[in-house]
Design a protein around this ligand. Structure first.
Ligand code: NAD
Ligand code: GLY
Length: 361
């Protein structure tokens, strides 16, 4: 089994990655000293596929497990769903030493984490991520939250899981488009941190897409290692952690401009990564060859790179000004200087930004 530790003092935790470990989750919960009541949060899609395996495994270790199902979809990532989760936790009499288990993608993980962080002022939770995006990104690092009608992920907490349990075999049932969306975050790690990882993706495209076990578990491991290092250094995003937002400043604006309907999160991030790399090139920070490699890898994984024609650069600009990282109107960009190295860049004028984002390709 591949194991990574997220070092955060007494809140440190383990990420376990392997193929076929879903049925072992029960045993892995034993050593934490949780009381016998546990709740599992999932949605009908994921629970239908993996719910029985996970609940049986937990029950076999003597836990009494209640199941909380919330509807599938980003539109249900809100406070009403969280209220439903609280109600079910109270009905099952979960106490302060009980554990909440999130089985699903980022939507379930973020919501369950938020519920765990606020129930009785905070109880333990465990992430069992089943999408690639959740396995390489959202299950690690402790950002939890829900959407508000006025903005995505606007309500949330930092609350680290006690354990992240990743069975890469769950990706076999994931729709291809969701897999590709997760790969955008994987490409991100190569650009922000590790040229060797970027090259591994360039050289193993077909194996990754055919879910070759060795390469896939390595890809998930390398991604989690990078995220773990960044989070260990800057849990609350007062500095370094902002680099994980490469592609996201523009990506979030693209999602907003297209009403969250046209693109999956990773697809919008792919557009954002190429656009922000072009911005870096325009500022003379990145050479043309490196820019071309970034575009080629995005496209090799069938992800979009160009900003859609119909999107007005001014609407992108105003939406980036509402970004959580924007302070007093100054938009923060993460700009690649070479593959494997980025800088946090502020102080660009609206004109400089609009010029690059107005040029769609
Ligand atoms: P998701 O949770 O909506 O899952 C995508 C779809 O795949 C859903 O329909 C889900 O039911 C289905 N699914 C999940 N696992 C499956 C499987 N193994 N087989 C078949 N279908 C499966 O989307 P996501 O991309 O995993 O997560 C997106 C969310 O993550 C967003 O809300 C975003 O804000 C959040 N996020 C959080 C962080 C963080 O650090 N907390 C980071 C990135 C993204
Ligand atoms: N996904 C960005 C972060 O966790 O900081």
């Amino acid at each position: 089994m591949r194991e990574i530790r997220v070092e955060l003092g007494e809140r440190s935790y383990r990420i376990a990655i392997e193929s076929g470990i879903l049925a072992d989750i029960g045993k892995s919960l034993q050593k934490f000293g949780f009381t016998s009541k546990a709740s599992l949060v999932s949605n009908p899609t994921v629970f239908g596929l993996y719910g029985a395996c996970v609940t049986e495994s937990i029950k076999a270790e003597g836990f009494e497990v209640s199941v909380i199902i919330v509807p599938d979809g980003e539109e249900y990532k809100n406070l009403s769903s969280v209220e439903k989760i609280y109600g079910a936790m109270l009905t099952s009499a979960l106490d302060r030493k009980s554990v909440l288990i999130a089985l699903g993608g980022g939507v379930i993980g973020d919501m369950a984490g938020f519920a765990a962080s606020t129930y009785m002022r905070g109880i333990d939770f465990v992430q069992v991520p089943t999408t690639l995006l959740a396995q390489v990104d959202s299950s690690v690092g402790g950002k939890t939250g829900v959407n508000h009608p006025m903005g995505k992920n606007m309500i949330g907490t930092f609350w680290q899981p006690r354990l992240v349990w990743i069975d890469i075999d769950t990706l076999k049932s994931l729709p291809r488009r969701e897999l590709l969306s997760g790969l955008a975050e994987v490409i991100k790690y190569g650009v922000i941190w590790d040229e060797g990882f970027f090259r591994l993706l360039e050289e193993n495209r077909d194996k990754v897409l055919s879910l070759d076990k060795d390469i896939l578990s390595r890809v998930v491991q390398l991604s989690c290692e990078i995220k773990a290092k960044v989070v260990s250094e800057d849990e609350r995003e007062s500095g370094l952690r902002a680099i994980l937002n490469y592609g996201h400043t523009l990506g979030h604006a693209i999602e907003t401009a297209t009403g969250y309907k046209r693109y999956l999160h990773g697809e919008a991030v792919a557009i954002g990564m190429y656009a922000e790399a072009r911005l870096s090139r325009e500022l003379g920070l990145l050479d043309a060859g490196q820019l071309a490699r970034i575009k080629a890898l995005i496209e090799a994984f069938d992800l979009p790179a160009a900003i859609p024609e119909e999107v007005d650069p001014r609407s992108l600009l105003s939406s980036m000004k509402l970004d959580k990282k924007t302070v007093e109107g100054d938009i923060t960009f993460i700009l690649p200087e070479e593959i494997g190295k980025v800088r946090i860049h502020k102080g660009l004028s609206s004109k400089e930004i609009e010029k690059v984002f107005g040029n769609k390709d």
